[in-house]
Design a protein around this ligand. Structure first.
Ligand SMILES: [Zn+2]
Length: 109
């Protein structure tokens, strides 16, 4: 299975680890509701068909991705960066034409 990493390009899934369902909404850290936390940690569905899940490019750029995958056919319809990198539009590290936006995100020179 090949995963289209937005930073590295098309890569074998062996370079990644899975991080589970990307649709889980976790309570805020100051939320004391134990039932909400238990649901966020333990309640899972086993979807058949289109699904979004977290994948970590551990042997590549080390970014977390949200990958859209069909759980029945394993066809991947897209991938995007997760978390704080979600709006990154550059071509990856060393991207000079776009002003190396990756460094801009970290505040580095
Ligand atoms: Zn990557």
């Amino acid at each position: 299975m090949l995963i289209p990493c937005p930073v590295c390009g098309l890569r074998d899934s062996g370079e990644f680890t899975t991080g589970g369902d990307a649709s889980i909404v976790r309570p805020t850290f100051d939320n004391p509701d134990e039932a909400a936390w238990a649901a966020a940690v333990y309640d899972r569905v086993n979807p058949l068909g289109a699904h979004e899940e977290y994948w970590h490019h551990v042997h590549g750029c080390r970014h977390w991705l949200i990958v859209a995958r069909d759980t029945q056919s394993h066809a991947i319809s897209g991938a995007r960066l997760a978390g704080a990198w979600a709006d990154y539009q550059g071509d990856g590290p060393g991207d000079k034409q776009n002003g190396n936006k990756q460094d801009d995100k970290t505040g580095a020179a």
